[in-house]
Design a binder for this molecule. Structure first.
Ligand code: NDP
Length: 296
């Protein structure tokens, strides 16, 4: 069997086009332009690339982008004051604080100071609680993107066995909650899981969010399963730099029914979902109907 390749680039382009269409309608019918504020503290090169790319995508979708770049030694009080200002700014519908923050800043405190209604990353403790109790929330972008691709591929996920490898707060746990919300039977595996290979072999849906290059080989995959590879690992092979996922692509693709590649799978969906979340937050803030198919 050779797996269907789930094209995250194409999927993300469709999501972005849907967002842009909805934004254009909002502007025309209601005179509202959604706005996303991104806060970057310090000069981490990878974070700078992400922030630039988020800003560019926001503008391309017809939304306003507000970038706030702060010095690496910014005090917690100054950062909290900026977030308070953004919380109270009606032109800002989404706020994202780029992680990781410099070590002297308390990330939990900072994230929990964002108005939950504007928390487009879905990391605020209120949104985590709302998602966990099956209530309307802002959903973390990467797992939301995975869910959209899974729904598109399977239609209903009800009753499927899902295994999520990884239990981080930003990917593994919210992914598991979303799959549970769609009535999968969910197992969360992690570094202490016994016989991980056997656990993975049970999965109709296998989500790998580990951060270990090509850790999952094809013989851990149930024939016909859908494999969602969240991992982004930079490795060097034959003297060349390369991006690989958490699954061994060739051997997994030979067994799976469908698979996301790296790059070009989950990655592009993350920014697309950030735009979708900003639009959703804007619609909710204005008491307007939410865009269909762009929320959990
Ligand atoms: P974390 O490091 O926060 O979490 C990794 C998880 O994997 C932990 O729960 C850990 O278990 C588990 N783990 C580590 N080693 C093993 C092992 N040998 N066997 C089983 N489980 C293991 O990572 P993130 O969740 O933040 O990210 C995971 C991957 O996804 C990374 O490659 C990251 O770059 C990528 N990523 C991609 C995004 C995208 O847009 N595509 C967005 C976010 C992340 P334990 O808890 O026991 O330590």
């Amino acid at each position: 069997m050779s797996a269907k390749v789930i094209d995250g680039k194409e999927f993300a382009a469709n999501v972005r086009a849907k967002v842009a269409e909805h934004v254009a309608r909002l502007k025309e019918a209601n005179g509202i332009t959604p706005g996303l504020a991104v806060v970057l503290v310090g000069e981490d090169p990878a974070s700078e690339v992400y922030v630039r790319s988020k800003g560019k995508s926001t503008v391309e979708a017809g939304m306003n982008s507000y970038e706030h770049k702060l010095d690496a030694d910014t005090s917690e009080a100054d950062l909290l004051a900026l977030i308070d200002k953004l919380n109270n700014d009606p032109a800002v519908h989404g706020i994202l604080v780029q992680l990781p923050l410099p070590g002297h800043l308390n990330s939990d405190l900072v994230i929990n100071s964002i108005d939950p209604a504007k928390d487009v990353d879905g990391f605020h403790i209120s949104n985590v609680g709302l998602l966990g109790t099956g209530q309307k929330s802002m959903v973390p972008c990467t797992p939301l993107g995975c869910l959209m691709m899974l729904r598109d591929h399977h239609g209903s996920l009800s009753g499927l066995d899902a295994v999520v490898v990884g239990r981080s707060n930003i990917v593994g746990k919210p992914m598991a909650q979303l799959l549970l919300g769609d009535s999968c039977t969910v197992t969360i595996a992690h570094s202490r899981t016994k016989d991980l290979a056997e656990v993975c072999r049970r999965a109709d849906i296998l989500v790998a969010a580990v951060g270990r290059p090509e850790m999952i080989p094809g013989d851990w995959v149930k024939p016909g399963a859908t494999v969602i590879d969240v991992g982004i690992n930079r490795i060097e092979r034959d003297g060349k730099k390369k991006l690989v996922g958490d699954v061994e692509y060739e051997s997994c693709a030979a067994v799976a029914g469908a698979i996301t590649p790296v790059p070009g799978g989950v990655g592009p969906m993350t920014i697309a979902c950030l735009l979708a979340n900003t639009l959703t937050a804007c619609c909710r803030a204005n008491g307007l109907a939410e865009p269909e198919g762009l929320t959990a």
